[in-house]
Design a protein around this ligand. Structure first.
Ligand code: XMP
Length: 508
């Protein structure tokens, strides 16, 4: 195992991920974690991440100097390098010029971490401070035009340090450098994979849970399903999943979830039919943020009511992924690690529950791999994201049973056609939106005055930015024809050609 100590760099998670790609387990620990924890785990190597601070700042994050005497190989990256220099008696100074972006690394020593790397290679820099004097015992391994010490090492103690970021793709031979550190310096063997991850998680969850009970909020999406199946493998009957049918789900969704969890995985599943309750609270509400608040608040209430009925419940399992915790994991303390739309912070306190988050080290694609390992069908693992407030924020204007039904039928047609044409896996999200206006049309010989459906399909990597998908006209035509012919109350279909920004993916 390789431990990555996080000093707050936006790239920390990438380091851990790269190492897992080499089939070596790697986990991130915030830099203020007790030093003993690191010692106890006896990792094969330690990586000190980058970070936004300067080592001379008041309150700059640091680490126990004892770390250099453990005999464990260490790699410092950027801030990690400056910290090594500072703690071991070298000199770090403000660079006259901030160095940001590509630089040419000129390597002088090709043993261990630079073995097989080109003499001159492109690296990615992002720093304001630089090393002007190495600590005693260190030799220089490489330099760039702006950094006289872009890489250095105390080979006897196996301490290595890089000013650039080997974990980002812009560092062209970064993978090779990390690979060299992991295998040549730390002597790891590539034995980790999703199978061993599952084994390890199961063991940890069992140990943590003991004879108590675990509750899990199931949405039917990738993350909560994988979490539920994994926790179930660990504790079996002690897990109860709660699925709240808020009446804002897509066609057939609830049945699919019930069938899969109960029949395929034999998981205790409690389905709460609360559509009546949600719709009552949403009556007359048009403001999108109010809709969200009401739905979020109601969800928590119902979940709490149900969770309280389970005797001996002490844990809440949640499918938080790394990108969800990225902002909060670092040394600022792991406080706000809850997805905002599942705002369960208050619930944890009130019910004195502890969190189990077995996916918190993983990225989405790793979760899919894990799901495959657990035997979860692709249909679930490759589902498009679906927002917590569900169809309510796609029903622009008031949410009523009738309007939801129109939207639900139109949405089903969009998804069916997108799937049948092979586009489902190629797009990030695709759905229908019901607009709050009526327009004039003519059907048969009659004038109609009915609803408009907007179709939206976007490409995205993380939902932060998005582009509209250039769907074939024939597919759009089929979607439009089917909606108008099959969904009563709709006489017009439009296609949304707005990217994000300036638009958002959802219409509300
Ligand atoms: P926007 O509309 O902000 O959406 O561009 C970005 C991504 O987030 C999803 N989304 C939500 N998910 N609760 C959620 O769980 C919400 O309130 C919410 N609003 C938007 C949206 O579907 C897209 O994937």
């Amino acid at each position: 195992e390789i431990i990555v100590i996080d000093f707050g760099s936006q790239y920390t998670q990438l380091i851990a991920r790269r190492i897992r790609e080499f089939n070596v387990y790697s986990e991130i620990i915030p830099c203020n974690a007790p030093f003993n924890e690191i010692k106890k785990r006896k990792p094969a190597g330690i990586i000190l991440s980058g970070g936004p601070s300067s080592v001379y700042e008041d309150g700059a994050p640091t680490i126990d100097k004892e770390i250099f005497n453990l005999g464990i190989p260490i790699l410092g990256i950027c801030y990690g390098m400056q910290l090594i220099t500072h703690l071991l008696g070298g000199k770090v100074s403000k660079a006259e010029k901030k160095e940001y972006g590509k630089a040419i690394l000129r390597i002088e020593d090709f043993s261990d971490i630079f073995s097989d790397v080109s003499r001159e290679t492109v690296v990615w820099m992002s720093h304001a401070d630089k090393i002007t004097e190495m600590p005693e015992g260190f030799i220089r391994l490489a330099h760039t035009e702006n950094s006289p010490y872009a890489a250095m090492a105390d080979k006897k103690k196996k301490i290595y340090a890089l000013q650039f970021h080997p974990e980002v793709v812009h560092t062209e031979e970064g993978k090779k450098i990390l690979n060299n550190f992991i295998f040549k310096v730390c002597g790891c063997s590539p034995s980790w994979n999703m199978h061993s991850f599952v084994e390890k998680q199961i063991e940890e969850i069992r140990k943590k849970v003991g004879s108590y009970k675990v509750v899990c909020a199931l949405s039917g999406g990738v993350d909560s399903t994988v979490t539920a199946v994994l926790v179930h493998r660990a504790v079996g009957e002690s897990l109860t999943c709660i699925f709240v049918d808020n009446g804002l789900l897509r066609a057939g969704e609830r049945q699919k979830v019930e069938e899969m969890l109960r029949n395929n995985f034999h998981i205790n599943l409690k389905v709460v039919d609360a559509s009546e309750r949600f719709l009552r609270r949403l009556k007359g509400v048009r403001d999108p943020e109010r809709k969200r608040k009401i739905i979020g608040g109601e969800f928590i209430k119902i979940f709490e009511e149900e969770a309280k009925k389970i005797e001996g419940v002490k844990f809440l399992a949640q499918g938080t992924l790394y990108p969800d915790v990225i902002e909060s994991i670092s040394f600022k303390g792991p406080s706000a690690t809850i997805k905002s739309h599942h705002n369960v912070g208050g619930l944890l306190k009130r019910m004195k529950l502890k969190l189990i988050e077995p996916l918190r080290e993983l990225f989405k694609d790793e979760v899919r791999q894990l799901g495959q390992e657990l035997g979860i069908p692709d249909e679930i693992l490759y589902r498009h994201p679906f927002p917590g407030p569900g169809l309510a924020i796609r029903c622009v204007g008031e949410v009523t049973r009738e309007r939801l039904e129109i939207l639900r039928q139109a949405d089903m047609i969009v998804l069916e056609e997108i799937k049948n044409s092979g586009w489902y896996k190629k797009v990030w999200q695709s759905f229908a939106v019901l607009l709050p206006i009526k327009t004039v049309g003519v059907m048969g010989d009659e004038r109609t005055y009915e609803h408009v459906i907007a179709v939206r399909a976007v490409h995205s990597v993380d939902g932060m930015t998005a582009d509209w998908v250039r769907l074939p006209y024939e597919l759009l035509e089929r979607i439009s024809n089917r909606i108008i012919n099959e969904v009563k109350g709709v006489n017009r279909v439009v296609y949304d050609i707005t990217s994000k920004p300036p638009g958002t993916i959802e219409w509300e």
